[in-house]
Design a binder for this molecule. Structure first.
Ligand code: ATP
Length: 256
């Protein structure tokens, strides 16, 4: 660990049968950074998240969190190590309240888990009430206190997205992986969401990696951008550098 990168992916290969989805992909993210992953559909961005969170097995290369190799850690342990994630599709429990959904995060349940797998016996009431207090503080911070007792499924989409961030934060992550968080949001909601993400980084000191197709948001929000194309790293740099890179314009930006 020490002063090295929070997340370090080196020369990772992922194959699905005959499909070579990631070909020697690398990514290094420093503490407190907001790093954007962009690239055309099928470039391998989600597969990279899946390999970091152990949902896809890597066939070569290494993935380290704070210096520790995690390529063989079971997927269900990943959130305990400090990696929280949201998915392209919302993974909320619509019949539960907002507070309950966020408390699931504190119990290390994410949208991708089975609810039954997490009902952990043996938690004392005292510990539960501590968790509830922490979660209410997070709701407050994300302007969700007013809907804490509402059924999550009854809320507007943008509010549900905010709740997903709250749930991820409740697990006290070191790093937060967001898969197309602005998808489906209106123009003004995207702007608000961007402000929320930088607030979360500033207040929680959490490192953020986001896959995003909304270029305006990526360019405004990210400290650094990594561009992928056809399962490989194509370019990386500051938003200004990436925007001016001819290879990037050719492969991606020129087409949008
Ligand atoms: P998008 O922006 O559309 O989400 P992406 O950059 O995230 O695209 P991936 O979803 O990672 O791209 O897909 C990379 C490649 O791997 C694609 O060719 C895809 O079809 C393939 N792929 C991904 N997951 C699987 C899987 N479980 N089985 C087989 N092929 C897969």
């Amino acid at each position: 660990g020490g002063n090295g990168p929070v997340l370090s992916v080196e020369n990772v290969d992922v194959r699905f049968g005959g499909i070579h989805a990631l070909k020697g992909v690398s990514l290094s993210v420093n503490t407190g950074e907001i790093c954007g992953l962009i690239g055309p559909n099928g470039a391998g961005k989600t597969t990279l998240f899946n390999s970091i969170t152990r949902l896809s097995a890597v066939t070569a290369g290494s993935i380290r969190l704070c210096g520790r190799g995690i390529e063989t850690v079971p997927a269900r342990q990943i959130i305990r190590l400090g990696i929280a994630r949201t998915f392209q599709n919302l993974g909320i429990y619509g019949g539960m309240t907002v507070l309950e959904n966020v408390m699931l995060g504190a119990h290390h349940v994410t949208g991708g888990s089975f609810l039954g797998a997490i009902l952990r016996p043996g938690l004392t009431r005292r510990r539960e009430s501590e968790i509830e207090q922490n979660c209410r503080a997070i709701l407050d911070e994300l302007d969700l206190s007013g809907v804490a007792e509402e059924a999550a499924g009854s809320l507007p989409y943008a509010t549900q997205k905010r709740m997903e961030i709250a749930r991820a934060l409740a697990s006290r992550p070191t790093i937060l992986l967001l898969d197309e968080p602005a998808g489906g949001l209106t123009h003004s909601e995207v702007a608000e969401f961007g402000e929320l993400v930088s607030r979360v980084r500033d207040h929680h000191g959490v490192t953020i990696v986001l896959i995003e197709h909304h270029m305006g948001l990526v360019m405004r929000l990210c400290d650094r951008i990594e561009v992928f194309h056809l399962g490989r790293n194509l370019a990386s740099g500051t938003p200004a550098e990436v925007r001016a890179n001819p290879a990037v314009i050719d492969a991606y930006l020129g087409r949008t």
